[in-house]
Each structure stands twice: as C-alpha cells, then as structure tokens.
Design a protein around this ligand. Structure first.
Ligand SMILES: Cc1cc2nc3c(=O)[nH]c(=O)nc-3n(C[C@H](O)[C@H](O)[C@H](O)COP(=O)(O)O)c2cc1C
Length: 361
C-alpha cells in the first residue's frame, strides 16, 4: 500500500519525506527567553521521532511580546546562542527538519504560565504593559494593552525581521509566523480586537495590512530558498469575529506575497468563543483554504490516529498534518504510524535496530 501520509512534499528547496509535523508547543521553561537543557530533551526527543518537520514552540520576537516570563524568545544574543545549541543538538542526533514559530503575544502577554493558572500578572507580580492594535483587553481581568502607534508597529516589524535573521544564523529550515490564537498578528486581523480607525483597521484589506507588512519584511530577510508560512486561526468561533471566508481572502493575499504554506488552526482570540471540539475539527477549514486558494496547508487540532491523518492527506484536505498532544504522548508517533500504514520512515542510525524492518515486536 502506498501511503499519502508518508509521501514526500517540497516547500521551496525543503524536501520533507512525509507529511507529519510536530506542532509548536510552548514549554514555559525558558529564562530571559533562552532555551536550556529542557529544550534539548523536549525537541531532541521529537527530532529522533521521524516526523518530517519539528516546529519550535512560539518563539517571541521581543521581551514585551512574550506570553509569560518563562517563554522562549529570540531577541538577544544570549537567546540566539542558547537556541543554536539546541538546534545543533537536534541536527547532530536527529533526522527531522527544523522550523521555528516566530511570535508576538500582543494583548495576551504579561500572564502566568498555564501551570500557574494562566491568569494575567497581578500588580505586585511585575506585570509589563502589553501592546495591541486597539486598547481592548482579552477578557475580564486582563491588562488593557497600549495601542501600537505607527512607530511602535515599525519597531515590532523590525523585531520580527531581527528574529528571522537570528533564525537564519541558527540554521532553521523553515519559519512559521504566528498569526493565530489571539496573538498580535491575529489581533490585527480580527474585527473584535482591531477597532482602529486608521489604514490598519476597519475594512478587511486594512486589517490584513500589518500582518502582510510583517510577512513581507520577514520574507525579504529570510533566504529565498527556504519556506516561510504562517499559522492562522480560521475563525474566532464568535459572532462578529474573524471568519473562514476572511481567512481565504487573507490566504490568497499571503500566497501572492510569497507565502509557502498556512497552518490552519482556529480560535483563542476571545474567551467567549464556542468551539465544537471533536476529532479533526479544524480540517474543513484547511480544506477550504487549500481548495479555494491552492496554497499548501497544514491541518491541526485533534488529529491523533494514523488512519485519520492518512485520510486527511489522501483525501486532499490538507498537505500536512501538525500534531501536538499525541506527539507528547508518543514522540515516536510517526514510527508507529508508518508501521500501521505499511510505510517506511527514517530512523536515527543508533535506533535502526528497533525498526520493524529488522525486528518485529
Ligand atoms: C502544551 C501545548 C503548548 C502549545 N503551544 C503552542 C505554541 O507555542 N504555538 C502554537 O501555535 N500552538 C501551540 N499549541 C497548540 C498546538 O500547537 C495545537 O494547535 C493544539 O494543541 C491542537 O492540536 P492537538 O490536538 O494535536 O494537540 C500548544 C498546545 C499544547 C498542548
């Protein structure tokens, strides 16, 4: 049997041997934005696991753009050195290509980690002033963000560019801009969080303007041969919010600007959202974007079974599947999927002896 999930795909000069991606997963283990031994283990285990692409957790382009004090960043030389150590380690021992998710948390920053409850930092907990398109807080009790002025937007754009340049030096294969989950770029897209009355707010064209400008600036700084894409939330799951139809318009614009793929997630802009969570609940959005724009798409959300993933790719609903929790549960997910689907996948040389080709459990 030939497996669509285990068929190769090319994004610019990056050739991926299968369609399985380790989805970004915040670890809240960094100190001053720098990765450490935790990341050697966390990313190292996935680098061995034969998903074709491993995307780092949201890696923030500035200290203000972090969600929490424990988030990963790429805004200082120390951050760059620390992350390069992890990437070199993954390259030395692993088989997986490495992508980085560049992010700015916008109004959802200055918060506790989820283990500490995820609430905004209290006045005696050294909160910082968050920034956003409009002075609208994420939800009750959250910080009211400072409005990004045009010079402030220039600064953020430059921070994305600087982080992308650091990512080039580190040697990442791919960049994904985080334009989903209610963080800064999504805040510009959604009419709920963006109520500006300048050329960056109001019409869809205006709301897309800043994310597209950031994309263009990063595209110019990122090597031509390496793929650049973005994660989007296809819907805010709330009346009056960002919609799948707007996502299609944005996807067309992104594609025209040189975007290589969209990683289609949903929600997290507004706590009033109502999400009908079920296996593959975001797949129809990925399929819609793929069919209506022709851009390569990754689907993510409650994809946990090999046959489910196979059907998504074989059915032309998505080009790639990104998997988060099932990967944490089983970092060898791709090996086991290959076994179930009768496909072959890469093993690090030291681990070849456990492959079904030489040993049948
Ligand atoms: C621990 C954890 C951390 C996450 N951190 C990020 C992140 O840094 N960036 C992001 O875009 N999504 C993040 N997500 C969302 C996942 O990438 C994924 O979209 C979501 O978990 C749904 O996929 P799943 O059902 O395979 O877990 C995180 C999810 C988990 C479970």
């Amino acid at each position: 049997m030939t497996s669509a999930l285990f068929s190769p795909i090319e994004l610019r000069s990056l050739r991926l041997p299968n369609r399985i991606v380790v989805s970004p997963m915040c670890q809240y283990m960094s100190v001053n934005g720098s990765a450490n031994d935790w990341h050697l283990m966390h990313l190292g285990q996935f680098a061995m696991g034969a998903a074709s692409l491993l995307i780092t957790e949201a890696t923030h382009v500035s200290a203000v753009g972090r969600i929490t004090y424990r988030c990963l960043g790429l805004y200082s030389d120390e951050n760059e050195t620390a992350l390069k150590r992890v990437v070199d380690f993954c390259r030395k021992y692993g088989v997986t290509k490495l992508g980085i998710q560049l992010a700015h948390a916008g109004r959802k920053g200055s918060a506790h980690t989820p283990f500490e409850g995820g609430k905004p930092l209290a006045p005696d907990e050294n909160p910082w002033t968050t920034v956003a398109p409009s002075p609208l807080r994420y939800g009750p009790g959250w910080h009211v963000p400072a409005v990004l002025t045009k010079p402030g937007m220039q600064e953020v754009k430059q921070q994305f560019v600087d982080a992308a340049r650091r990512a080039v030096r580190i040697g990442f294969d791919l960049v994904e801009l985080h334009a989903a989950h209610g963080y800064l770029l999504h805040e510009f897209l959604s009419p709920i969080s963006n109520q500006r009355d300048d050329e960056y707010g109001g019409s869809l064209e205006n709301r897309m303007r800043f994310p597209l400008e950031v994309f263009d600036a990063v595209r110019a700084a990122w090597p031509k041969e390496r793929p650049l894409g973005a994660r989007v939330s296809a819907t805010d799951w709330i009346d009056g919010g960002w919609t799948p139809e707007e996502t299609v318009v944005f996807a067309k614009a992104m594609k025209a600007h040189g975007c290589d793929f969209l990683d289609v997630s949903s929600g997290a802009l507004d706590p009033r959202q109502q999400i009908p969570i079920a296996p593959g609940y975001n797949v129809p959005f990925a399929e819609k974007v793929r069919k209506e724009t022709g851009i390569a798409v990754m689907s993510v959300g409650m994809i946990s079974q090999p046959r489910q993933a196979e059907d998504i790719v074989a059915g032309g609903k998505a080009d790639l599947v990104a998997i988060a929790r099932a990967m944490m549960d089983d970092p060898r997910w791709a090996w086991h999927a290959a076994r179930e689907l009768g496909a072959e996948t890469a093993y690090a040389p030291n681990y070849v002896r456990c492959s079904p080709a030489v040993w049948k459990p």
